[in-house]
Ligand binder design. Structure first.
Ligand code: GDP
Ligand code: ZN
Length: 287
């Protein structure tokens, strides 16, 4: 049996498709281990032309978890770019955006806010609301997936990207526009696995060009945050970092304590009330 290094380009519950030296292999894992994800770089042992066994994963640059009621699951590994797709219609959730930015900060992944459907007049109001995030230093790009998605292309170059956002914001439209018609190599082998299409871990990695990849996980609305510690949350709010260590109590939860530096900053308008309440809600959720 030959050992190779490859990358997981499709995950499907306990089954994985690994690409190694231009070949694709339908892989199982050794023992019961299944905590591999699309995007993982793995050592495989090749058994025949179509099958291999995953031995181990290499160290990950990042990990993203799927939001799940019953369990936290890994959805993608080695992502370097999160594209949060938002549009004026149907009514967008600032809460989801806030949570996505936390997942990005915690994973040390660069987020970009992609404002889609800029052909709609309602977009102006949305952009007004999103100015807060631009002021915080986040990149924002406006486009219309239906008309011209090219503003996105420089942001994808050199990255492994993932699209996330509420249903109806245009993620599938964008994905279809971005993917080259033929990603033929995974075609045949993945059809066999398609019966499990709706498993929650379903994800596919596509090569956009030689050094850009897109991990498509249909229907991905938000990432899980359950692996985070409540006490670390303030680190993931760029505007709050300067107040770390300034609260009266070192274990301040920034909710009810007197002389809380973060609540004081919110009171004088240096932190938005919306962002403070997101911090407080997440603190309760993770506490
Ligand atoms: P998803 O649920 O995020 O994958 O969203 P879809 O890609 O399915 O898009 C939802 C709806 O928005 C569809 O009816 C699309 O045709 C529409 N849509 C997508 N992009 C645009 C756009 O740039 N402008 C307009 N006006 N509609 C769009
Ligand atoms: Zn505090």
């Amino acid at each position: 049996m030959t050992a190779r290094v490859g990358q997981i380009i499709r995950s499907h519950g306990r089954r994985f498709i690994v690409e190694a030296d231009g070949q694709v292999y339908d892989c199982t894992t050794r023992g019961k281990r299944v905590d591999y994800a699309c995007g993982d770089i793995v050592d495989i042992l090749i058994q025949n032309q179509e099958q291999a066994v995953i031995e181990r994963a290499h160290e990950r640059r990042s990990l993203l978890y799927r939001q799940d009621d019953w369990k936290t699951k890994v959805i993608a590994a080695n992502v370097t770019r999160i594209l949060f797709v938002i549009a004026a219609v149907p009514s967008p959730s600032e809460e989801l955006l806030g949570r996505c930015l936390i997942a990005a900060e915690a994973g040390d992944i660069e987020p970009v806010i992609v404002v889609n459907k800029c052909d709609l007049p309602e977009t102006a109001t949305l952009l007004g609301k999103l100015q807060l995030y631009v002021n915080l230093g986040y990149q924002l790009v406006t486009l219309s997936a239906k008309q011209d998605f090219s503003p996105l292309q420089p942001l994808l170059r050199g990255h492994t990207s993932v699209l996330v956002g509420q249903s109806g914001m245009g993620k599938s439209t964008l994905t279809n526009a971005l993917l080259p018609a033929a990603n033929a190599r995974i075609g045949d082998i993945s059809t066999a696995l398609d019966s499990g299409r709706h498993t929650t871990t379903h994800a596919t990695l596509y090569h956009l060009d030689a050094d850009s990849q897109l991990i498509d996980s249909p229907g991905l609305q938000e990432f899980g945050l359950k692996h985070l510690q409540a006490a670390d949350l303030v680190h993931y709010f760029p505007e709050m970092r300067r107040y770390i260590g300034q609260c009266r109590f070192h274990n301040c939860t920034h909710r009810v304590e007197p002389n809380c530096a973060i609540m004081n900053a919110a009171e004088i308008g240096e932190i938005s009330a919306h962002r403070l309440s997101l911090l407080q809600r997440l603190t309760l959720e993770l506490g």
